[in-house]
Design a protein around this ligand. Structure first.
Ligand SMILES: [Fe+2]
Ligand SMILES: [Fe+2]
Length: 145
């Protein structure tokens, strides 16, 4: 039954791990906040479609802001892989937008699994690989002076 699925979805949690730290204060703070907003989605699952939609929209807004900050920093520091990194951001936003649209049309039940999967897989993977590479570039730059 649909409502049962929402309740079990409400039990999801994506744990923050210090393995995700990049040792860049602003980025790490943003990433932590994104995890908090993801978990907000899961904890609102039992409160109904409107709350879920609002929580997803909150995550989406913050994620866009975070990406803009990161992209600005890549630009400023002349990061050579910034185009590929930006593409990765755009692709996530695109996927989130599609899911939000489907969520509004069909309700959270129908997108719950995909959303959990997308966030867990994408966010951790992106931070651990793409963001980590940028962090390494910045550290290298500092070392070189
Ligand atoms: Fe990024
Ligand atoms: Fe990031």
């Amino acid at each position: 039954m649909a409502s049962n699925r929402i309740v079990s979805w409400g039990n999801e949690k994506i744990e923050w791990s210090d393995d995700l730290l990049l040792n860049m204060e602003a980025e790490d703070d943003d990433h932590r906040e994104m995890f908090a907003l993801m978990n907000q989605i899961f904890s609102t699952a039992r409160l109904g479609a409107d709350m879920v939609t609002q929580a997803v929209a909150d995550l989406c807004l913050f994620t866009r802001e975070h990406f803009a900050r990161e992209e600005h920093r890549m630009e400023r520091t002349g990061y050579p892989d910034r185009d590929a990194h930006r593409y990765d951001h755009e692709y996530l936003i695109f996927q989130l937008d599609v899911l939000i649209e489907r969520l509004m049309i069909s309700g959270p039940d129908h997108v719950a699994e995909e959303l959990v999967d997308l966030l867990r897989r994408w966010l951790c993977d992106h931070i651990l690989t793409v963001d980590a590479a940028f962090a390494e570039y910045l550290r290298e730059k500092v070392r070189e002076g």
